[in-house]
Write a protein that binds this ligand. Structure first.
Ligand code: PMP
Length: 357
C-alpha cells in the first residue's frame, strides 16, 4: 500500500501521474519508452515545447522570458546565477532567511562581492525581515532571495519590490501560489518538490538579462547558449522532463495554480490549527512568515519526537523527521500531497497529543 510521503524532496507525486507513466513505460511514442528516446527526436522536441507552453499557461509567463530546463540542481544555479547575471557588475544583494539562502550566498561569494540586504539570523530565522529594514545597494547586479525556506519553514507571502533585477530560488514553492512573473528578473526551481522527480531545474529568465555570461561560465550553465539549443546543449534527462510534463498536465487538470493555492492554504491550516490549539506542539515561526509547504514543529517534551515518528509510520505517515540541522518534525505538503494525507496527519497529531499530552 502506498504511504503518505511527507518527504521534503524528492517528494510525493500524484498517483494518477505515476499510473500514467506506468502505462506508458514500455511504449510511449513509436513503440519506445520515454526512457529510450533521443532528446533530439521530433517527439521529444515536441514534449519540450508542450512543457514550456504548459508552464507559460500555468504561470502566465510573458513573451520576454526564456524557459530553460537545466541540470546541476538548484545548487548549480547558486553558481550559474552570478556567472550569468553579473553583466559587468561587481556586487550582488542577497537576503538571508535560512539554510538555503546561506548556501546560495556562500556559492555566489566565489564570483561576486555579496552584500546581505537583510537577514533573519538575528531573530533565529523565525520571521522574514520587513522590507523597510532592508539595506539595498542600487549598484547590485541583482537581488536574490528564497521565497520558501524548505528547512526553516519560512515563506514570503509578498514579492519584494526592488529597482534591480529580482532573482528567486523557488525550489520549494514554485507553482504553489500565483505570482506575477513580470516582477522577476529570474526564477529558478529544482523539479523534485512541486513539479516532478529529481533531475531538472527550471529557469525562467528575462531575455534582456542573458548574453553576458562570465567567460569562465561552463557551456551547460550559459543561459544564452542553452536558450539557442532549446535546453539541449547536451543530453537532457529525458525521463525527468517526461514526468514534469505529466505533472504540469495534472496541475492544469486540477484547476491551475489559483485552485492549487486554495488547497495548499487549507492543507497548511489543518496542521497549524492543531499546533496552535495547545502548548503540546511548538512552532516558533511568526504567523505572517509560516510556510504553506513545509510545516515545522517541535514538542514541549522533546523526548516524544522518536515515539511520534515511530507511531506515525505505523499508520502510513512517512518521512516526517525534521532536517538534521534543526531536528523536530517537518511535514512537507507540496502540491501533490492530497488533502486526505494532511487530514490523516492532523488527526494523528490530535490523538497523539491526547495520549501523551
Ligand atoms: N534551494 C531550496 C529552497 C531547496 O529546498 C533545495 C533542496 N532542498 C535546494 C535549493 C537545493 O536543490 P538541489 O538539491 O536540487 O541542488
Amino acid at each position: 500500500m502506498r504511504c503518505y510521503n511527507f518527504s521534503p524532496g524528492p517528494s510525493m507525486l500524484p498517483e494518477s501521474v505515476l499510473k500514467k507513466a506506468e502505462r506508458e513505460l514500455l511504449e510511449w511514442k513509436n513503440g519506445a519508452s520515454a526512457l529510450e528516446v533521443s532528446h533530439r527526436s521530433p517527439e521529444f522536441q515536441e514534449l519540450i515545447e508542450k512543457s514550456k507552453q504548459a508552464l507559460i499557461r500555468l504561470m502566465a509567463i510573458p513573451d520576454n522570458y526564456e524557459i530553460l530546463f537545466l541540470q546541476g540542481g538548484a545548487t548549480g544555479q547558486f553558481a550559474a546565477v552570478p556567472m550569468n547575471l553579473l553583466r559587468g557588475g561587481q556586487t550582488v544583494d542577497y537576503v538571508n532567511t535560512g539554510l538555503w539562502s546561506q548556501k546560495a550566498i556562500a556559492e555566489a561569494g566565489a564570483y561576486a562581492e555579496v552584500r546581505i540586504a537583510a537577514s533573519a539570523e538575528e531573530n533565529g530565522f523565525t520571521s522574514i525581515p520587513k522590507m523597510n529594514t532592508w539595506k539595498l545597494n542600487e549598484k547590485a547586479a541583482y537581488l536574490h532571495y528564497t521565497p520558501n525556506e524548505t528547512v526553516h519553514g519560512l515563506e514570503f507571502y509578498w514579492t519584494p519590490e526592488v529597482e534591480v533585477p529580482l532573482v528567486a530560488d523557488m525550489s520549494s514553492n514554485i507553482l504553489s501560489r500565483p505570482i506575477d512573473v513580470s516582477q522577476f528578473g529570474l526564477i529558478y526551481a529544482g523539479a523534485q518538490k512541486n513539479m516532478g522527480p529529481a533531475g531538472l531545474t527550471v529557469v525562467i529568465v528575462r531575455k534582456d538579462l542573458m548574453g553576458n555570461a562570465l567567460p569562465i561560465t561552463p557551456s551547460v550553465f550559459d543561459y544564452s547558449l542553452q536558450a539557442k539549443a532549446n535546453s539541449c546543449y547536451n543530453t537532457l534527462p529525458t525521463f525527468t522532463l517526461y514526468m514534469i510534463h505529466l505533472m504540469l498536465e495534472w496541475l492544469e487538470a486540477e484547476g491551475g495554480v489559483a485552485a492549487i493555492m486554495e488547497r495548499n492554504e487549507a492543507k497548511a491550516k489543518l496542521l497549524y490549527d492543531v499546533i496552535d490549539s495547545s502548548d503540546f506542539y511548538l512552532n516558533k515561526i511568526a504567523y505572517e512568515s509560516r510556510s504553506l509547504m513545509n510545516v515545522v514543529f517541535d514538542f514541549a517534551k522533546p523526548e516524544l519526537l522518536e515515539v511520534f515518528l515511530r507511531n506515525a509510520e505505523a499508520v502510513g505517515l512517512y518521512n516526517l523527521k525534521g532536517h538534521r540541522a534543526l531536528g523536530g518534525v517537518r511535514a512537507s505538503i507540496y502540491n501533490a500531497m492530497p488533502m486526505s494525507g494532511v487530514r490523516t496527519l492532523a488527526e494523528f497529531m490530535t490523538e497523539f497529543q491526547a495520549k501523551y499530552g
